[in-house]
Design a protein around this ligand. Structure first.
Ligand code: KG4
Ligand code: ZN
Length: 464
């Protein structure tokens, strides 16, 4: 029986195509000096048997990337509930940014149903990409590469973006960069602050992740802490839902806004994991505390906030404010410790990046700014539109990876029907720091893919 043909987005699986990748990069490095020349591209990618100089030592970006040669990269993001595309160039200029949100669907059904999310992505992906190109006043032929999220995320949703990226890459013979969604949340900070050098720390807080890492280099992260259950964004979402808030802009902003009207000291929620002297997080217990407080106040989520009595509105605002204070206090406490750990490992660290959807919250930013200042570090927080899921972070991370030769050749014009895409729904970013290992989490988490860091290290080992 014939085995299915596997067409991988394999920039990090260099073990089985290392020579090809090196060959590809060598030729593409010439392309860097003739940008936007798709004919050149086409010629190169078809000549798979060209002679290959031994150039593995020259794979570093500094030798082959020339900043005078502007790369223009389309980034596509569909890992969760936003369909996003953007065009960014290697000078760090955002030429366009388009996001189509599924918040309406979320509000209607109270959560993400993967099949529905997939359909919603499929309905808008062509338009979102076209709008991104139009706003940038470019066509696909002007692009240097396409970058796309390959994980982590919902498999059905990732597929929509990856198929679109491959179609464009195949038609216009463009290299393709598979991007790690959480790496992109961190790396976009280097677009916002061009002085941000490795190593730095990053706190990545979103709907599905709560990670604190030491970013040693592109593709190399050390995990200082993670969540043992829910992420902070999930706690914001559920609290907003149970408080009967308008979820059309997602739960986080709704809680943030309501919390401004409440008394943050009024409900005595306990701070999670106080007794754990590590940098891990837990939000499941706080979620339960919020639910119990809502029940004890007899708040009916079926009555929208705007229709509730003023007394009821006050009770809801107090719960929102108290929840937010404790949820963020938990971040503050763990960040304090993580900074100490990180400075012991890498005393040269100067920055803490805070990114991911929850980092767009002004209260979160203000509190973390104090933590960072106390420790003589600098906070780098991308603007809110670059903290929530977006195509810019994918395009920029694509550019950074491309510069290091981490990309794949264009897919064939006609993909075989049994083609299996390299989607990585559960793809860790980092290797765990021994001191921060969470037994509870390690037992629960099946690591389906080797982490980005392990793959990067393996590829470097092979090319050295
Ligand atoms: O990074 P992101 O856009 O998507 C994921 O990768 O999950 O993060 C989405 C999360 C949601 O849980 C949303 O409620 C939360 O970020 N969020 C906020 C705010 N804006 C978005 N949480 C608190 N305050 C906000 N202003
Ligand atoms: Zn995200």
């Amino acid at each position: 029986m014939a085995l299915p043909t596997t067409l991988l987005l394999s920039r990090l699986n260099l073990s089985h195509n290392n020579n090809h990748t090196i060959r590809l990069f060598t030729a593409l490095s010439s392309k860097l000096f003739t940008p936007h020349n798709s004919l050149y591209h086409r010629r190169f990618f078809k000549s798979s048997n060209s002679t290959t100089p031994n150039c593995s030592k020259t794979l570093g970006s500094s030798l082959l990337f020339n900043d005078n040669n502007n790369l223009v990269v389309l980034g596509i993001e569909t890992s969760c509930d936003d369909t996003a595309a953007a065009v960014v160039n290697s000078n760090g200029e955002i030429l366009s940014q388009v996001v189509s949100s599924q918040a309406d669907l979320l509000a209607r059904y109270g959560g993400i149903a993967p099949k529905m999310a997939e359909e919603a992505h499929a309905q808008v992906i062509d338009q979102v990409v076209q709008d991104a190109l139009d706003k940038a006043k470019l066509t696909e032929a002007d692009l240097s590469a396409v970058a796309v999220t390959i994980g982590p995320g919902l498999s059905l949703c990732l597929r929509v973006g990856v198929q679109k990226a491959r179609k464009i890459a195949a038609t216009y013979q463009l290299p393709i960069v598979g991007v790690h969604h959480m790496e992109a949340h961190a790396i976009v900070a280097r677009l916002c602050d061009r002085d941000l050098q490795f190593p730095f720390m990053a706190l990545l807080i979103s709907g599905g992740h709560n990670l604190i890492v030491l970013a040693r280099d592109l593709g190399q992260y050390l995990q200082l802490g993670t969540t043992i259950d829910d992420a902070i964004g999930e706690a914001y979402e559920k609290s907003a839902k149970w408080l009967g808030l308008d979820l059309r802009r997602s739960g986080g902003p709704a809680i943030e806004e309501l919390a401004r009207q409440g008394d943050a000291q009024s409900v005595k929620f306990s701070v999670p994991m106080k007794q754990h002297k590590d940098c891990n997080f837990s939000y499941a217990g706080l979620k339960t505390q919020v639910k119990l407080a809502i029940e004890s106040e007899k708040i009916d989520a079926g009555i929208p906030f705007s229709s509730a009595s003023s007394e009821d509105q006050r009770a809801r605002a107090d719960i929102a404010a108290s929840f937010q204070r404790v949820a963020v206090l938990h971040l503050e406490e763990k960040c304090e410790r993580a900074i100490q750990w990180a400075l012991e490992i890498e005393p040269s660290i100067n920055h803490l990046v805070v990114s991911g959807g929850v980092a767009s919250n002004q209260y979160v930013r203000a509190r973390l700014n104090e933590v960072v200042a106390r420790n003589s570090l600098k906070l780098v927080c991308p603007p809110p539109s670059l903290c929530t899921d977006n195509g810019v972070m994918i395009a920029w991370t694509g550019i950074e990876n491309f510069r290091l030769g981490r990309f794949d050749p264009p897919p064939p014009a006609i993909e075989p029907e049994d083609c299996q895409l390299d989607l990585r729904p559960r793809w860790p970013l980092d290797e765990e720091y021994e001191r921060g290992r969470s037994i509870a989490r390690s037992m629960r988490t099946a690591r389906i893919h080797p982490s980005l860091t392990a793959l990067t290290q393996a590829s470097q080992y092979q090319s050295s």
